[in-house]
Design a protein around this ligand. Structure first.
Ligand code: G6P
Length: 387
């Protein structure tokens, strides 16, 4: 098993560090880098700028049906649900179709109305999660088009959906999902790009996202170099009972996923909070002891998050700020008072992929420093096959 871990101590550690490669695998054979070097891909007689840059073989027969659907529903559990959360805005922006997110168990509890002109996207690493599978059976019975986003060829969800995408991240062994999360975000983003390919008005936006996709493996590789800094930070936090994760917009998903990672493997209580709701309750928790990780990279939420940080500072909050490398404004605000984790900047649509990396590392190091087995957390299973 030491060989299977490729020199790493734990599967979770291995899976965190292989993300530059697994993200590239998700895009392999599906994304063309045309505008960066159009001539290289030129086909005689065809304007290289008009060639589709993203292809998803598993969707081609159903793309026009999905484009005509009245609503896109993403249905999942756990980390897979957070991946859908991280992509919601991108899917809305590119397709202009209303997008809703559903926890599979809650959808079933409510017997949520689903219609024939809905497209339901089932996101599941294992493809075997019972709640998600039951929701698939329910949606099929309602007559919806069902799409799978899975990491397991031949799994129950892959076999029973009408079409789908394999994320190709390779087998994930650690109970806490890491590389599947980042590949799910990449795969759903590619799906949104394919769905909007007929919209001329979105072409420039699509090109920006695709250019950023092409650079993503390198950006993730660079982000992993923060490991020593994060290990140090984990040593400072290891005896805490609780920590909060603040984010908004696409990075509310980052906050939720980071909190899930920390609680599931290190057993430290952690809560993901939408910073937009801060003044409606969470502010009462702020004091000079409770650690608060604030995700405030330079996406469209940047100025709002700068305001959040100033309000937390005014209440003597104990902050850890996650910001971009070139964000001098944030460095000035933090002014050496708090630790600052600086990550590379990528397109807004993909910043959540980069942002989760240091927080995956934080949960990993917190767990080993607290003396727990990061690959086998108590009471949890990799694949939950009961409802
Ligand atoms: C379990 C795992 C989680 C996972 C969730 C959904 O709770 O411990 O890591 O996110 O199931 O699993 P799936 O295979 O459907 O993505």
């Amino acid at each position: 098993s030491q060989i299977m871990k490729g020199g790493y101590t734990h599967f979770m550690e291995k899976e965190i560090f292989e993300q530059p490669e697994t993200i590239a695998q998700t895009m392999q054979g599906r994304v063309k880098i045309t505008p960066l070097s159009p001539m290289k891909y030129a086909v005689p007689g065809i304007d290289p700028y008009l060639m589709p840059r993203v292809r998803m073989g598993g969707l081609v027969d159903h793309v026009s049906t999905i484009r005509r659907s009245r609503r896109l529903m993403f249905i999942a559990c756990g980390t897979s649900y957070h991946a859908a959360m991280a992509c919601r805005q991108t899917v809305e922006e590119l397709t202009e179709i209303p997008v809703v997110l559903e926890l599979a168990s809650d959808l079933l509890d409510r017997r949520c109305p689903i219609f024939r002109d809905d497209t339901c996207v089932f996101v599941s690493q294992s493809g075997e999660t019972a709640d998600t599978f039951r929701a698939l059976e329910y949606a099929k019975a309602c007559g919806a088009l069902c799409v799978g986003v899975t990491n397991t060829v031949g799994s129950a969800i892959a076999r029973n959906t009408h079409c789908g995408i394999h994320i190709n991240a390779g087998a994930e062994i650690g109970v806490a999902s890491t590389k599947a999360y980042t590949s799910q975000i990449v795969a759903i983003t590619m799906m949104a790009l394919v769905l909007s390919e007929d919209a001329i008005s979105k072409r420039q936006r699509r090109d920006e996202i695709i250019d950023s996709l092409c650079q993503l493996p390198d950006m993730v590789r660079r982000t992993l170099k923060l490991n020593d800094q994060i290990k140090q930070l984990a040593a400072e936090l290891k005896d805490e009972q609780s920590c909060l994760m603040f984010g908004r917009g696409r990075n509310y998903a980052t906050a939720m996923e980071a909190a899930l990672k920390v609680k599931e493997v290190s057993y430290m209580h952690s809560e993901g909070i939408n910073a937009g709701e801060m003044k409606h309750g969470p502010l009462a928790l702020v004091d000079d002891k409770l650690p608060i990780v604030v995700v405030s990279t330079m996406d469209s939420m940047h100025s709002k998050m700068a305001g959040v940080i100033q309000q937390l500072m005014a209440r003597n909050g104990r902050l850890i700020v996650l910001a971009n490398e070139e964000d001098d404004e944030m460095v000035d605000i933090v002014a050496g008072k708090y630790p600052i984790i600086q990550v590379p900047r990528v397109d807004d649509a993909l910043q959540a992929v980069v942002n989760i990396i240091p927080l995956q590392l934080l949960s990993y190091h917190l767990t080993t420093l607290r003396g727990f087995n990061v690959d086998q957390p108590r009471n949890l299973a990799k694949s939950v096959t009961v409802t």
